[in-house]
Ligand binder design. Structure first.
Ligand SMILES: *[C@@H]1O[C@H](CO)[C@@H](O)[C@H](O)[C@H]1NC(C)=O
Ligand SMILES: *[C@@H]1O[C@H](CO)[C@@H](O)[C@H](O)[C@H]1NC(C)=O
Length: 412
């Protein structure tokens, strides 16, 4: 859930401990996540653009403040290409939860800081060879429901809570269209974590806004949340999703054919969403997604033993019984992705590295110690898929710990 903690491009090592602490803090206490001041970074820092004009359309953050994005303009051969990337950061599922969130940068643009661009955002050709000169938009997340809700609530203290993710999505895209997105020659919608889920939910809507001749694709990073029971046998993530879906009224964006057969909550899971997507898409996810291990398989609510607590913080400390449970997570992911097996224009990259969100960091996106599958980094695989440089880009890693390219320095 940590797209904010973009890595400094230099001096990663001395910084990595502080960074891991931040990441850890963001997982333990996702609501307290504010942008860390990573002052040593050398990447660009596009300023926040506030969408004040969106207020009249009711497109507002949880606290009623205007939504925001960061934009780095494209140049050279990339001037007419657009990457629109949706920030992640979990969800809020109750009034109390959302009230807390509105007092953070994930619920109010008054509290947001601009984030350093790195990895897939980087304007440096050496670490982002396919997209460095595109227009790159980082759409900030402040609704708490994957840019998909449309409702209103009331705080305990009587002030309003706005659940307007869907209106934010509309307002941001409309605004970007006016700024040149409507003339895009190539476009890619992406996002990580809850932004990766949003990417899947909005994929066809995004592509429908362009002429058929324009290549438009969607790329979800760490957004493939599994409908999986936790170690105590509870459908923990399902119950969270159930609250989000109803509190924030997200049904409008859910696939109709799914809604005809299942409960809205079931249709908020990527395993269902992907079945209806018509646009070419790419799914990047670890089979041992660190966030899913910590929050879906072994949430605190599942009363994990001490040895589970150790294991979920560091996969190297898991015993063989625990590793078996983790293999189960990977298996569910692989099984769910059988739905795209026959879709030639889809891509998948399922590595076995203990990580979550692998696009916004140079170390995982494209570096000498990036995870590789078929000897390709994530950046190479995604580029090959987007530009059709390889026939089919579908890579599934072997079970943990077989992949020697999984660095322990990856943010988890
Ligand atoms: C739920 O969202 C839809 C679509 O935006 C809207 O038309 C409807 O009024 C919303 N329902 C409630 C109860 O807010
Ligand atoms: C793997 O890729 C690297 C560069 O991306 C190349 O130098 C190396 O030869 C490749 N190894 C194999 C076994 O193909």
């Amino acid at each position: 859930m940590a797209t904010k903690q973009l890595l400094p491009q230099r001096q990663r090592q001395p910084d990595s401990e502080a960074l891991l602490l931040l990441l850890l803090a963001s997982v333990i206490c996702p609501l307290a996540m504010s942008s860390p001041a990573l002052t040593m970074s050398v990447g660009s820092l596009p300023e926040l653009t506030l969408l004040s004009g969106a207020l009249e359309k009711g497109a507002v953050c949880l606290d009623g403040s205007p939504p925001a994005y960061q934009l780095q303009r494209g140049f050279g051969s990339g001037s007419d290409n657009w990457l629109v990337y949706l920030e992640g950061g979990g969800w809020c599922s109750t009034i109390e939860d959302c009230s807390r969130r509105k007092k953070s940068g994930l619920g109010s643009s008054n509290l947001m800081n601009a984030v350093q661009y790195a990895g897939i955002f980087s304007g440096d050709q050496r670490q982002n060879s396919d997209f460095y000169n595109w227009n790159i938009v980082f759409v900030r997340y402040c609704d708490g429901a994957s840019f998909s809700g449309d409702a209103e609530g009331e705080d305990q203290d009587g002030t309003k809570l706005f659940f307007r993710g869907l209106r934010i999505w509309e307002a941001v895209i409309d605004d970007l269209m006016e700024k040149g997105l409507s003339n895009a020659k190539q476009a890619l919608l992406a996002g990580c974590s809850s932004g990766g889920l949003a990417t899947l939910l909005h994929c066809d809507d995004f592509s429908a806004r362009f002429p058929r001749t324009v290549p438009v694709k969607c790329f979800s990073d760490a957004g493939f949340f599994l409908d999986k029971k936790d170690i105590s046998g509870e459908r923990f993530i399902w119950s969270i999703y159930n609250k989000v879906v109803h509190l924030q009224n997200v049904s409008t964006v859910l696939p109709k054919d799914c809604l005809a057969k299942k409960e809205p909550t079931d249709c908020f899971f990527p395993s269902e969403v992907i079945k209806s997507i018509k646009t070419p898409a790419f799914v990047l996810n670890s089979g041992y997604d660190s966030w899913q291990i910590k929050n879906i398989l072994v949430p605190d609510e599942s009363s994990p033993t001490k040895s589970w607590l150790t294991c979920k913080d560091n996969i190297e400390k898991c015993d063989s019984t625990q590793i078996k449970e983790l293999h189960g997570l990977r298996k569910t992911l692989v099984d769910d992705l059988k739905a795209v097996k026959g879709k030639e224009d889809w891509g998948i990259f399922i590595d076995s590295c203990f990580a979550h969100c692998q696009t916004p960091f140079r170390i995982s996106w494209d570096s000498p110690i990036s995870p590789r599958l078929g000897n390709k980094t994530i950046a190479e695989a995604v580029g090959d898929w987007y530009f059709g440089r390889s026939h089919e880009v579908k890579q599934i890693d072997c079970e943990y710990p077989c992949n020697p390219t999984c660095s322990t320095l990856l943010p988890s």
